[in-house]
Design a protein around this ligand. Structure first.
Ligand SMILES: [Zn+2]
Length: 182
């Protein structure tokens, strides 16, 4: 941040620093000159009790030239980064970032009661992504039998094969074929 006396204020400064109107009100209240913009701003303030952002910004930039205010101008401060969630999405950032992940359970299966197969998790084909805009994670769990997308999207990871289910034979065959090559 530049020194306040050399700093040109922006509309963003005013929007994010509601306290900047206080020195502006003080300045306009004691302004005795005849510069049209400042006279109009003073009248507006007297009638409305407040000022639009662009006028506050303009008055602040006039104040910079006033000998009394040189060295006394308020330095704008910005809200903590957490408030960025309220700002529009920055489209230059990637939509999602793939993370290096270890999926630590051996099986995946559909949570639906009617499903009866349990698939063997394919670590190499499973993915974990982070969405920077929303701060959320997305994972794609893949069985060795290469399930089609509509079937694999709601898979959950499990440690064991539940009693009412059985291991997918296509998964076992694909895993054994892969293990034979390494
Ligand atoms: Zn399978």
């Amino acid at each position: 941040m530049e020194p306040a006396y050399d700093y040109k204020y922006t509309d963003r400064d005013v929007r994010e620093n509601p306290n900047l109107i206080t020195p502006v009100k003080q300045y306009l209240g004691s302004y005795g000159g005849d510069f049209g913009f400042l006279v109009q701003a003073r009248q507006y303030l007297a009638v409305q009790g407040t000022l639009p952002t662009s006028i506050i910004r303009g008055v602040l930039n006039c104040m910079r030239a006033d000998p009394y205010w040189i060295g006394r101008m308020p330095v704008p401060t910005y809200a903590a980064p957490t408030s960025q969630l309220l700002r529009p999405v920055d489209l230059r950032r990637p939509r999602r970032i793939e993370l290096k992940a270890t999926f630590n359970k051996p099986y995946v299966m559909s949570p639906w009661k009617t499903a009866y197969l349990v698939h063997i998790l394919n670590q190499r084909e499973s993915r974990l992504w982070w969405h920077p805009h929303t701060g959320t994670y997305e994972c794609l769990l893949q069985g060795w039998c290469n399930l089609d997308y509509s079937r694999r999207r709601n898979l959950i990871m499990v440690d064991n094969i539940p009693e009412s289910r059985e291991e997918c034979t296509r998964c076992r065959t694909a895993l054994q074929a892969y293990q034979a090559t390494i």
